[in-house]
Design a protein around this ligand. Sequence first.
Ligand code: AHR
Length: 507
Amino acid sequence: MKTKIFADANLRVGEIDRNLFGSFIEHLGRAVYEGIYEPGHPTADENGFRGDVLELIKELNVPIVRYPGGNFLSGYDWRDGIGPRDKRPTRLDLAWFSTETNEFGTDEFMKWCKKAGITPMMAVNMGTGTILDAAHLVEYCNHAGGTTISDLRRANGAEEPYNVKYWCIGNEMDGPWQTGHLSADEYGKKALEAAKVMRWTNGEYEKNAPHDLKLIVSGSSNHEMKSFPEWDRVVLEHTYEAVDYLSMHRYYQYDEDRKRPLEDFLGSADDMNEYIGTLKATIEYVRAKVRSTRHLKISFDEWNIWTVDAPRNEPLWKKAPHLLEDVYTFRDALVFAGLMNTLLNNCDVVKIACLAQLVNVIAPIMTKKGGGTFKQASFYPFRYLAGNASGEAVRTFSDTDTFENMYGTARYINEAVTHDRAKREVCVSLCNYSQEARDVELELRSFGTLKAKEYVRMTNNDLDAVNGFDHPDTVKPEILDVPAVKDGSLVSLTLAPMSWSFVRFTY
Ligand code: AHR
């Protein structure tokens, strides 16, 4: 059986925003401490930023990082994390039952972003925090000086304002697990007021002027919430004109007890596509209802595979405990690549996406305290796609066969095709979710006369294979001979059973 996939340069889905390859660092477990920040580590600089971790983040090509949470955010007072370190309070973190020393805070994050060449995406507390706390953080970060709060930043060593553009208004406020959880109506009203004062603080006082701050309002935590998608509708009806993005989150898991079939996990990418579709429709519905001319975008600011459910094998109230340290299997990497395909195929509306998270906590990069690092299996699809999939995504038509799973029907061959006109490049990412090898014919019409430049593949006989500190290369891509291109646009590939393939062409 041959699967035919057709893509045409004229069938543009949308422009790929680089922020689609963003990530997330929360004060959770060892993401900050022993992750990006470890004073005294052999590779640490004078700020305590681990150089080995920075190198890997650069290799991943991450353009934007969300901070400081996550669930942590909803009990966090940003003032705890600024000023002289010996005066910063040590607090109980009620989100993760850990002890937060506040050694690392806003100024350290800004410095780290600068060093990493990363755009900061800050978040304001809508759980225990007030709208004024949110406005004051904007003032601390963005006001030039001459007020008590902005002069505090200058006194803390940052003469120039940080000019932070992206701001999340709270985190997962629909979840009862959130400190200070609110109803949709309560949150919608509070988010609107927060947006208003954050903009005023930033000097945006004209109601219909183009937005300088890009504000992200919290949507549903996942589509299994009882309140989904009503939550999104209600929140958007309050905030539509005041914000720029609706946030969405989703983690997929493999059922290690095998009570659910593998197909349920392999259906994740197509399910993510449906979820985005519902939120696109909700945005359009509200847009019509509030008679707006603006098209809000989606910030998918937490996505990943998360299988180990918040393990508490550490005593409570530890500093930097080992939490959520999932070790990703080859199987996870295959599903992960499919999720990335889905993000690309929805790049008309998903303009920001944050892989949650970046280091140690459900992350592509793992570190040892005082020691080395290893790249998880998921590192590779991210690295290839973030590094190459640019320009625009184009629509594809495929006659792949399908399988049934708990979410509905999913495709065995799952693909994304991108086209960068400036670089004269076409990239194809292909997952084969079948246990059999599959012949695929790519018909890449109207891109020009294509030449294959790069062909990499991830395949493994053991779906449970993982990387580790002492076996860092068990799961990694292999580099193959580039395929022939017939008549400049026809490419025949044989996809290995359960594999991910990436092909880059130029013209
Ligand atoms: O990323 C881990 C957690 O998942 C975040 O803190 C929270 O927002 C989500 O539930």
